[in-house]
Design a protein around this ligand. Sequence first.
Ligand code: KG4
Ligand code: ZN
Length: 336
Amino acid sequence: PKEIYTLAIETSCDETACAILKNGREVVAGTVYTQIELHRTFGGVVPEVASRNHLEKIAQVIDQCLEKADMALQEVDHIAVTYGPGLVGALLVGLSTAKALAFALEKPLIPVHHIEGHIAANYIAHPALEPPFISLVVSGGHTHLVEVTDYTTFNVIGQTRDDAAGEAFDKVARTLGLGYPGGPEIDRVAREGNAQAIDFPRAMLESGSLDFSFSGLKSAVLNYLNSCRMKGEAINVPDVAASFQAAVTEILTIKAMEALKETGHKQLVLAGGVAANSDLRQRLSAALQKKGYAFYYPPLNLCTDNAEMIGCAGYYNAMAGVRGDMYINAVPNLKI
Ligand code: KG4
Ligand code: ZN
């Protein structure tokens, strides 16, 4: 049987990425240009700056990827691209590029949901992994518990009602005077701190729902810092970071375990930028091991935004007959 090559493009936020995959799960080559340095001065992603830089870099990123793969564009079987959710201007750069390539090459255009891409990162990292499973998707923009029944069927069973987990990490890091992006900084600083030092609230634990809420926790950290300042007490940054992180990872772990119990699935698949968090991995690993459930998470480079994951999800979409036409638009708030 003929090999299938997927060329994938991802530009939903602040990473300009391209990858080529063979038969869905095997990475032939991947390139990523990260704009983190550009946005660092602003303490967060500036949408206008992001789209302009995607536009400047996209052609070069694709060329480099083809070069690494030692392939010509004509050898690619289809073009997969993220069309949402994300920043509309950023998404449009990748989507327009993918449309142009698909049109010129007369190859199918395969639209991919960014979150489904994050989940698919695990198929690349774990060749034997197959649905069904529960996925906990935690990123800068999303906190979802998703029941994945086959490669292209997703059922959201819980989500955040306000801030995403990664967003909470980023905001708390900023108030603690830590760098951007905040997640890795808190993860690092928390190692020196005492997670029991401050008892921050764990929201929506009693509600019987699988939804999350992190805005109350974020406010609690702010209130704590303000009261320390008012009382003239010194702030122990590692203790605050560790206590905040413990509150987030404990909620995520409890809800993920509830989701497995409710659905009867026996595998948990962690995905998204916050999947890089060491405390979250440890906590989930311990809880799942106790129950004898399997635990999968991607290596660091496949946790944060990348095009490999979009290529993998795109391959399965293509196999299921999903096609995009030339009128498909970017959808900033695309639902699963
Ligand atoms: O998946 P991603 O690259 O972008 C989105 O689709 O949102 O996730 C980025 C998020 C940021 O909020 C970042 O702070 C967080 O992932 N993150 C972490 C860690 N590494 C990245 N959060 C906690 N601990 C980490 N080690
Ligand atoms: Zn992402």
